[in-house]
Design a protein around this ligand. Structure first.
Ligand code: C2E
Ligand code: MG
Ligand code: MG
Ligand code: MG
Length: 282
């Protein structure tokens, strides 16, 4: 009896593997077609400086409106990495984002920055900095307006290629941000080992600053440490007045979150920035 129980559970396991494999394959095929047909889009989320107060930056976030299986960026970006599709997709994101910022800044009347997420594999590609430089030159916009955001997983391997890519990207005038800070297990060591300018405090920490004293204290301690390292801080996932108020209290200026704006489509950027700026000074 034990034996048959075992083999049936092995079967279920294989079944799950089969389905997962099939699913990944389906998403990969769907994504390949979508990239070719240029069906992906970028959304842009404003980052506000509450001291000034105005919108000072945008973050480009990938969207896949025609997806048949999953439109979750976390999920399909992972599959894109596993299947090498991240190379064309990553390049498209960079070019599209830079082009959009050029248009926005031409019409807005003052320059805002733009943050672009990079996946670990993109950083392993030694031709990435030259590609970014080509885009900047061709589109004719200053590199100092751009931030490239990386998560810990990109830095975990401690590769020479990653270090030299980061160095060369910084030589273009761009800044480097460590994304999702506070979620990984060695975040702090990355601040020693890599040329990081900006730290983005993860939503999971923000979520707790208004609900429990300990959450607030961890947040305060973290902010003070980052400040003493002279790092810029952006707090992510601010959704309500209470969280906003804590940021204001501890003099964190840059905030991103639904409290100000969710990610918006390209055609709504100018309108959203202008109306947000009006609300902010009120
Ligand atoms: P991220 O870079 O940390 O981006 C922030 C995520 O939090 C975005 O989710 C954004 O929509 C969401 N968010 C912002 N403010 C709030 C808030 O107040 N409340 C809540 N609940 N969520 C908020 P999204 O767009 O689903 O992206 C998820 C992740 O997927 C990103 O996390 C990033 O790691 C990755 N990703 C997105 N776009 C790209 C891309 O173009 N390239 C790469 N390599 N990764 C990307
Ligand atoms: Mg990000
Ligand atoms: Mg983040
Ligand atoms: Mg994230």
């Amino acid at each position: 009896r034990a034996k048959s129980a075992q083999s049936s559970s092995a079967c279920i396991f294989e079944d799950n593997m089969q389905t997962e494999f099939q699913m990944k394959y389906n998403v990969e095929q769907d994504l390949r077609g979508a990239i070719e047909r240029q069906e992906l889009e970028l959304a842009f989320q404003p980052i506000v400086d509450i001291q000034l107060p105005k919108v000072v930056s945008l973050e480009a976030l990938i969207r896949w409106p025609t997806a048949k299986f999953t439109s979750n960026p976390q999920e399909f970006i992972t599959i894109a990495e596993e299947s090498k599709l991240i190379e064309p997709l990553g390049k498209w994101i960079i070019e599209r984002a830079i082009t959009t910022l050029k248009e926005v800044n031409t019409k807005l009347g003052y320059p805002v920055r733009l943050a672009i997420n990079l996946s670990p594999l993109q950083l392993e590609d030694i031709s990435l900095p030259a590609y970014i430089n080509d885009c900047l030159k061709r589109i004719d916009i200053d590199g100092s307006l751009f931030t490239f955001e990386l998560t810990e997983t990109a830095l975990l391997t401690e590769s020479k290629r990653v270090s030299s890519s980061l160095q060369r990207i910084k030589e273009l005038g761009c800044k480097i941000a460590l994304d999702d800070f506070g979620t990984g297990y060695s975040s702090i060591s990355h601040l020693l080992n890599y040329p990081i300018d900006i730290v983005k405090v993860d939503k999971s920490l923000t979520d707790r600053i208004g609900v429990e004293e300990r959450g607030k204290r961890i947040f305060l301690g973290l902010v003070n440490m980052l400040k003493s390292l002279q790092l810029s801080i952006i707090v992510e996932g601010v959704e309500n007045y209470q969280q906003y108020y804590v940021c204001k209290e501890v003099k964190v200026d840059k905030i991103q979150g639904y409290y100000f704006s969710s990610p918006i489509s390209e055609k709504n950027i100018l309108r959203t920035i202008k109306s947000l700026n009006k609300e902010l000074v009120r």
